[in-house]
Design a protein around this ligand. Structure first.
Ligand code: AMP
Length: 300
């Protein structure tokens, strides 16, 4: 694996594979790699000829100075883990390389960014994300870029960015990797005290509780939220938000008729965590039998 720190060097090393028509996969990250990051890299490695992982703690997407200063960083360990997976290039630019003096451009996606994380972290958060991702796409020129379902709103916003600006890159969204007790892996989990770490699994339990309510036939979102709120309360967690929203628009649903997204954000101790879960209303029992019956011969 090669460590690259400048845009000029990155373009130079990618020129030849690009000219030869080899597929380039990009995994944008802020480092402090965990299995979630590594799953994206493995997927990119399996699907692309050349894999670039960017490691850049993007100051412009932090709404909290203390969060930026305290963000976990371990460049050496990150490089070793990426190398083990077979990543070809780790692109780790300095802040001045990405934002040189006089930098004055912002790429902003409307609508989808007004709610949930956008509402709670402020307009600048997603502006920071979409601006840096646009820059990374322009620097690398990837055929495919990999993002995690863990940041579901971010993934939707990036899809919209790519569609609206006709960027020639395919976006792949990969499943959330979790600890055995269900806690979604996150670089910020490193900040949790042992007690907070134990309580943090309640976010996952809350999303499970929504799933169970919907599977039991609940179609009223307000009612389906109640057991989830109870699960959080049992762990003394007050959510910033806990919503059942459309998977397309992120607007809260009036009724659970099709697939929805349950989303939660909460501070556990001093650490802000987010999680989400796709939820399907259970098919009616007759259809379930029919599906099994017709599926069996084709899968045999
Ligand atoms: P970050 O370094 O936190 O900006 O994350 C880099 C990428 O990894 C983003 O696309 C995240 O959505 C993704 N990611 C973070 N945590 C997980 C996880 N637990 N499972 C899968 N992907 C994740």
């Amino acid at each position: 694996m090669n460590l690259v720190t400048t845009v000029a060097e990155l373009r130079a090393v990618l020129r030849e594979p690009q000219r030869a028509g080899r597929t380039i996969g990009l995994v944008p990250t802020m480092g402090a790699f965990h299995e979630g990051h590594l799953s994206l890299m493995r997927r990119a490695r399996a699907e692309c000829d050349v894999v670039v992982v960017s490691l850049f703690v993007n100051p412009s997407q932090f709404n909290d100075a203390a969060d930026l200063i305290g963000y976990p960083r371990d460049a050496e360990r990150d490089a070793a883990r990426a190398s083990d997976i077979g990543v070809h290039y780790l692109f780790a630019p300095a802040v001045e390389e990405v934002y040189p003096p006089g930098f004055a451009t912002t790429v902003s996606v409307g609508g989808l960014t007004d709610t949930l994380e956008g509402r709670h972290r402020g307009r600048a958060h997603f502006d920071g994300v979409t601006t840096v991702v646009t820059k990374l796409f322009n620097m690398v020129g990837p055929d495919v870029a990999y993002f995690g379902q863990k940041d579901a709103q971010q993934a939707l916003v990036i899809r919209r960015l790519v569609r609206d600006l006709d960027m020639p890159v395919r976006i792949e969204v990969c499943p959330t990797i979790r600890e055995p007790d269900g806690l979604a892996l996150s670089s910020r989990n490193a900040h949790l005290s042992p007690d907070d770490r134990a309580r943090a699994a309640a976010l996952h339990r809350a999303l499970d509780a929504v799933q169970r309510a919907v599977a039991a036939g609940e179609r009223d979102p307000a009612a389906a939220r109640l057991p989830a709120l109870a699960a959080l309360r049992a762990a003394q967690i007050e959510p910033e938000y806990l919503e059942l929203v459309s998977t397309r628009t992120l607007v809260p649903v009036d009724r659970i008729d099709g697939e929805i997204l349950a989303v939660v954000a909460a501070r556990v101790g001093a650490t802000r965590l987010i999680d989400n879960r796709l939820i399907q209303p259970s098919p009616n029992p007759d259809r379930e039998v029919a599906t099994v019956a017709t599926a069996a011969p084709t899968t045999a």
